[in-house]
Design a protein around this ligand. Structure first.
Ligand SMILES: Nc1nc2c(ncn2[C@@H]2O[C@H](COP(=O)(O)OP(=O)(O)OP(=O)(O)O)[C@@H](O)[C@H]2O)c(=O)[nH]1
Length: 286
């Protein structure tokens, strides 16, 4: 489901996350491994403040593995632990608990030294729509668990999900809005299914995709569509791909909307292989 974000929505989402933040030790921030920056909420730091955070690069199966490694490194350089996961297949989930424990070690050691009874780590999942929050929660439930119940003394209404003995999750994730601050981010969000096609022009999304592929994965462009380059006049590429894929109108001319749809669908269905759209910002040493 795609949410149309209005200022009122954003304020409400923010309020809800801020409220729940008080109940947890750590925030598990889900981002899309294909667009680790474009799928982040622009105000995440401001919203969660000093609360410890674990970043999960989800849908790692759809992202370029070499780029995922670089992205993990990118977060690490900022002092943020990041892990690659595939919530759908249940891959990489064990590391979530051990990662959270590592991040919170000092806090829990302190609690212990003050004689407090050991307890499970309390966490909440946040992320933009469609990033895989529900899938992850369901997976964690199936994999490890136990039961859903109230944790007394925290808040009665709040449902907690136990993940083994060491982790408890709030059952409803925090939904945050994506960045969407420029057109390129919009195209990336559309190509990864985070926003509806109808928000942007489908042909524009397809043109962006073709130019991106030409610059980044030219070999895949060739093996899927039989073209190496996207000429200045992109209509030529549409004619070629449209003809090849049978996107024709009744009169036999190329149907450009259909062609655009085929390209976008191919990318979303990983027909061109795993792709990472966000470029890792490499630090330049001076
Ligand atoms: N390939 C792949 N697909 C995934 C993965 N995780 C989730 N998905 C798919 O992504 C889509 C969205 O997942 P959800 O769990 O509904 O995402 P959400 O963040 O809860 O979405 P909202 O309810 O809109 O906020 C579903 O079709 C999932 O099957 C993953 O790791 N790999």
């Amino acid at each position: 489901m795609t949410i149309q974000w209005f200022p009122g929505h954003m304020a409400k989402a923010r309020r809800q996350v801020t409220e729940k933040l008080k109940l947890v030790d750590i925030v598990i921030e889900l981002v899309d491994a294909r667009i680790p920056l474009s799928s982040r909420n622009p105000m995440i730091e401001e919203i969660i403040g000093e609360k410890p955070r674990l970043v999960l690069l989800n849908k790692a199966d759809m992202a370029d593995p070499a780029k995922t490694k670089q992205w993990i490194h990118y977060f690490e350089e900022q002092g943020i632990m990041a892990l690659a996961v595939n919530a759908q297949a249940g891959k990489g989930l064990q590391a979530i608990v051990s990662g959270a424990k590592e991040i919170l070690k000092a806090k829990f050691d302190r609690m212990k030294s003050r004689g407090m009874r050991p307890r499970a780590i309390r966490a909440m999942i946040v992320g933009i729509p469609n990033v895989g929050k529900s899938t992850l929660i369901n997976r964690l439930v199936k994999k490890n668990i136990a039961k859903t119940g109230n944790t007394p003394g925290v808040t009665k209404a709040q449902q907690w999900i136990k993940v083994g003995k060491e982790l408890e999750l709030l059952d409803t994730p925090g939904i945050l809005w994506p960045k969407f601050e420029d057109q390129e981010v919009g195209y990336k969000l559309a190509l990864t299914g985070a926003i509806k096609d109808t928000i942007l022009n489908l042909q524009d999304i397809a043109v962006y995709a073709l130019r991106f592929l030409e610059a980044t994965y030219p070999d895949r462009l060739e093996s899927r569509y039989g073209i190496k380059e996207i000429p200045e006049d992109v209509v030529e590429s549409f004619n070629h791909i449209g003809a090849r894929r049978g996107c024709l109108m009744a009169g036999g001319e190329i149907n450009y909307d259909k062609t655009a749809e085929v390209i976008v669908r191919d990318i979303r269905n990983v027909q061109l292989g795993p792709i990472t759209f966000d470029r890792v910002e490499v630090k330049v040493e001076d």
